[in-house]
Design a protein around this ligand. Sequence first.
Ligand SMILES: C[S@+](CC[C@H](N)C(=O)[O-])C[C@H]1O[C@@H](n2cnc3c(N)ncnc32)[C@H](O)[C@@H]1O
Length: 339
Amino acid sequence: MAISGFEGFEKRLELQFSSHDPDIGVGLRNLDFKSIEKVLHEVQCTVVSALGNQHFDSYVLSESSLFIYPTMIIIKTCGTTQLLKSVQPFIHLAETLNLHIVALRYTRGSFIFPQAQPHPYTSFSEEVVYLEDNIPESLCYKKASVIPSKLTKHSWHVFSAGAEEYTEDDLSGLYTVEVCMTDLDQTLARKFFRHPNDGKNGDSAGREMTEITSINRINPKAKICDFAFDPCGYSMNGLDGDRYSTIHVTPEDGFSYASFECVGSIYNDDMADMVKKAVKVFGPGTVSVATTNAGRDMCMRIKNAVESLAMKCRSSSTDEFPAAGMVMFQTFTTRRNRI
Ligand SMILES: C[S@+](CC[C@H](N)C(=O)[O-])C[C@H]1O[C@@H](n2cnc3c(N)ncnc32)[C@H](O)[C@@H]1O
């Protein structure tokens, strides 16, 4: 049997819902925890920590994160989890609250260990078939695309489907940034290993990692829910008003990986600075940045911010999705010689 390590690259799903009733209140946040746990069981992960605020609930999972807003669910999971098994259950649970699905977006990078993935994650076309079989016909504005890069091992997979076409006028002003980093600096990665017999649990060791790595300075306004795995690995969710951020770290040498994801607002221009601070925490050899609806100006600012860390932009590609708008995929590698 081939020996492989932990698959850090996450699969990410965003589900948007709508109601005929204008007074939805807390909407999906009314879902009871037992029902959520049942869906997560299908996906093959569990909740290890949770934190909510007046806008949304966040869960750190044994494999990444879940965010529940009144009309939106974002779930990302890594390893060999069965993320897409959550599509049908979430759609049905939402229907019990009179919320119907209006848009879905599935994204992922290129797996480090593709041969270790179960069906349908063995090929993007299989994932697309699975998704098309499990979403209602009303989501008719569909597109699947693999956005390439000059780094042959890195491409960005996107499937988007919506009941309506995306128009710039729909802009809520929010956009998403998904950063994937590999080949982490070994000294920095070591900070995400637990110290044996230190008397700490996953929460207190996670809190310590958040502080010693300066993750808490990426967005000082964010309330952080963090967790350290044993013997290594780290996850956090940040809550800043209605905006979330999330970081996941697989620090093992040979397949090290970290991700930073954040929702940004066009009315708030601190994103490039946050991406820069997040990349600095890990000193990666390779970085990819996928932005959805950020606009070319913000993409350029992010590019300049990453390049200021002795990295060089190797490629930049865009694609348009009828229900999701513009996705830009940029890749970077370090300029420094690594020992
Ligand atoms: C869940 S975390 C972060 C996930 C994130 N997508 C990533 O890879 O960066 C994964 C790291 O935690 C470690 N880990 C330790 N115990 C784990 C567990 N019970 N479940 C998942 N990962 C665990 C893995 O070896 C890996 O280093």
